[in-house]
Design a protein around this ligand. Structure first.
Ligand code: NDP
Length: 488
């Protein structure tokens, strides 16, 4: 490929060194707000680099696992401090690479810093229990062992937060790692790894190898020296990761798609519900796994809610995420834009009514980017494709129901179960929602997107492998319990 001289060439990070791909191939990371801008060139690595990274991580693990949790935490604190100094630069790179607005990108980067600090502190907290033995002279307790080398595969939609919420717990509990970021956001991920490099982690503890999922991702799944693999991405790739890891007895953790509903009850604060639906559904151009995509409204308030929602949606300013006035950026890539447009077409063909949006935006500078209008459908039935499949774009499907019971049935009528929210003032409604909603994250009078870093996160049904990430829950994946019996 012809290389634009202005764009920087990035490298893999293997065993403490910055290394290019042995085939010397690179791919260009494109700005989705302006397809003519190359954000950087990233190695299109081969199995050779992957094998070197895994070997380095395996060797480094021998010493890393012997450090105290507090000592490992010091490295995480250092990485957090360095990232804090580079917060604007990393956030700007994220906006240029995958399109979310700078405000959101900065919020995500700050969150990454906070996750590092949270897990740095975890290095000094308890990792086991004392269990009374039936032998009164014996001491019985549990402790935790690291898995060894962890493989990390991440998507493009949270290119700082997701890598960090996997790397930080992996490291604090004594694992070493090889991460393969999504191609569309690899420059941002490499900048995060630069912070780890500057923090002085011992060589081989942290490694990044960029390249196609089919080579580097698949290579991680199949590698005999990868002891655990943690994945966030689409359900189709996730299933492949799970099967591959299971076949060779590696531990795995999958976080996949969502089709998240918001339920609006007759007694809801409609202004609040509208605000949360727009923020939850359209922020980040709808490209959050927890984004609201189905809006289930009881008929008593349906028309009023719809009008309020449409008024606000029409005011949304779409544009380059680096411009202050832009509220919603482009889709992250051309293929994502095409996916969204295909789903919109399906919605129309299957009989839903397009109330607003539905088109690519191509006026002026927008023509150079992958922009789509915020889109609202009504007369959506639960069996329709746009009510069943994850679109991962700024598309809201309004579904009118007669009762709250029907609303819950519709909300649960999908294969996913990641997040869900309800708007109501009635405590009984709240409690039945908490009990009956099939989702790993349920929120009341708050948008469906939004996960606090200290709380467990993960989905039910086909949204996950039923494990949880973040907060204290992370220890369950990144360690194995060892039961110890000591008879002096
Ligand atoms: P993909 O599943 O396409 O990609 C995720 C990662 O897997 C990328 O790094 C990708 O690499 C890699 N990959 C692709 N093919 C393979 C393969 N054969 N073997 C191993 N790895 C492979 O998802 P997207 O990046 O498109 O992300 C969007 C998806 O992520 C959405 O479905 C969304 O719901 C989900 N998601 C879920 C979250 C959750 O916590 N539940 C959070 C955020 C997103 P490459 O880039 O080279 O294709």
């Amino acid at each position: 490929m012809a290389i634009q001289t202005k764009a920087r060439k990035f490298s893999n990070y293997i065993n403490g060194n910055w290394v290019i791909s042995s085939n010397d191939k690179v791919y260009a990371s494109i700005n989705p707000a302006n397809k003519n801008e190359i954000v950087g060139y990233v190695p299109e690595s081969t199995e050779k680099e992957l094998n070197e990274a895994v070997a380095a991580a395996k060797e480094a693990g021998k010493l890393w696992r012997k450090l105290s949790g507090a000592s490992r935490g010091e490295y995480l604190f250092k990485a957090a401090a360095i990232m804090e100094q580079r917060v604007d630069e990393i956030a700007e790179t994220m906006t240029r690479e995958m399109g979310k607005t700078f405000v959101e990108a900065k919020g995500e980067t700050v969150r990454g810093i906070n996750i590092l600090r949270y897990y740095a502190g975890e290095g000094m907290r308890k990792i086991g229990d004392i269990i009374p033995s039936s032998d009164h002279e014996a001491l019985m307790f549990t402790t935790r062992s690291p898995l060894g080398v962890v493989g990390i595969i991440t998507p493009w939609n949270f290119p700082v937060a997701i890598p960090i919420w996997k790397m930080a717990p992996a490291l604090i509990y004594g694992n070493t790692l090889v991460i393969k970021p999504a191609q569309e956001a690899a420059v941002t991920a490499i900048k995060v790894i630069e912070c780890f490099h500057e923090a002085g982690f011992p060589n081989g503890v942290v490694n990044i190898v960029t390249g196609p999922g089919s080579v580097i991702g698949q290579g991680l799944i199949d590698h005999p020296d990868i002891n655990g693999i943690t994945f966030t991405g689409s359900d189709s790739v996730g299933k492949r990761v799970g099967q591959g890891a299971f076949n060779r007895g590696a531990k795995y953790q999958l976080e996949m798609g969502g089709k998240n509903p918001v339920i609006v009850a007759a007694d809801a604060d409609l202004d609040l519900a509208v605000e949360a639906t727009i923020s939850g559904g359209l922020r980040s151009t709808g490209q959050k796994c927890t984004a609201t995509s189905r809006v289930i409204v009881v008929s008593d308030v349906y028309e009023e809610f719809k009008e309020k929602l449409l008024t606000k949606v029409k005011e949304i300013k779409v544009g380059n995420g680096l411009e202050n006035e832009s509220w919603m950026g482009p889709c992250a890539s051309e293929s994502q834009l095409n996916t969204v447009l295909t789903y919109i077409e399906k919605g129309v063909n299957e009989g839903a009514t397009l109330l607003f949006g539905g088109k690519r935006l191509e006026e002026g500078d927008l023509a150079q980017g992958f922009y789509v209008q915020p889109t609202v459908f009504e007369n959506v039935k639960s069996y329709m494709t746009i009510a069943q499949e994850e679109i991962f774009g700024p598309v809201l499907a309004l579904i009118e129901v007669d009762t709250l019971e029907e609303a819950l049935d519709v909300a649960n009528d999908v294969k996913f179960g990641l997040s869900a929210s309800i708007f109501t003032k009635n405590i009984g409604n709240m409690l039945s929602f908490v009990q009956d909603m099939e989702a790993g994250l349920v929120r009341i009078n708050a948008e469906s997107a939004g996960v606090e870093l200290q709380a467990p996160f993960g989905g039910m049904k086909q949204s996950s492998s039923h494990s949880r990430e973040q907060g204290k829950a992370a220890i369950e994946f990144f360690t194995s319990i060892k039961t110890v019996f000591v008879k002096p």
